[in-house]
Design a protein around this ligand. Sequence first.
Ligand code: NI
Length: 284
Amino acid sequence: MLKDVQAGTPDNKLACPDDKFVCPSGMIFESHAHYDDKQFDSDREELLSSMGKNGVGAIINVGSDFASCKRTLELMKEYTFIYGALGIHPSDIEDLNEEVYEWLRSSAVLPKVAAIGEIGLDYYWEKDSAVQSRQRYWFCRQMELARELCLPVIIHSRDAAEDTLALMKGIHAEQIAGVIHCFSYSPELAKEYVKMGYYIGIGGVVTFKNSKKLKETVARIPLERILLETDCPYLSPEPNRGKRNSSLNLPYVAKEIASLRGITEEEVIEATRENALRLFGKIS
Ligand code: NI
């Protein structure tokens, strides 16, 4: 049950409900997927039914626009191992208004909703400063929703390093747990987020030959702060780069992380599973 804590206190991290869910030991915890995407329409059921026997134990399906949040709730109902994150992506904030915000608030209390996300700032696709300012407004509001509901956040930040960090420091985001998904900035910035208590989401990009900065980040941050993610259907790792991605490709990501850190793939899978269970509190 939600403990009655004052918004803004660090106690919020400890106030999560204790519903029990499962990602068995030795299995992969996929922390960021979009199985509601139309690219999975032709074989979604077959693909998702094959996850368990291929070593994937739990998946967080992450909402991006309002429609995908609603489809995430359906997937959560249909598959025991699928959990949900509800939130509106910075590139989809035209979907947001007070009514949708209230819908997020009332839906995010469902036991299988593990996080608010994905939320954040994207200045790569959005150059208009007025729209960027609206992105900041709704990023803040959704961070406050996570604080209020005692949920972690899944943050998307692209070409907006400075504003993301400034905004998060300004609202004391260190009091809210979360992950910086598809991390694309410097190792120094990753360390800054780790200091704030955040996790770093690592996916297919780490396997690309030209991703030197990310490889360095993975080698330098604590293993206890890394999460495995695909962002599927996007960002397939080598050797499947360019093809539709799925959680079945995560062993390639685990293998690359293992080689960068001089440990085994199994150790990476187990550590990232434990990290995800720690972060997404409600799932254990
Ligand atoms: Ni995503």
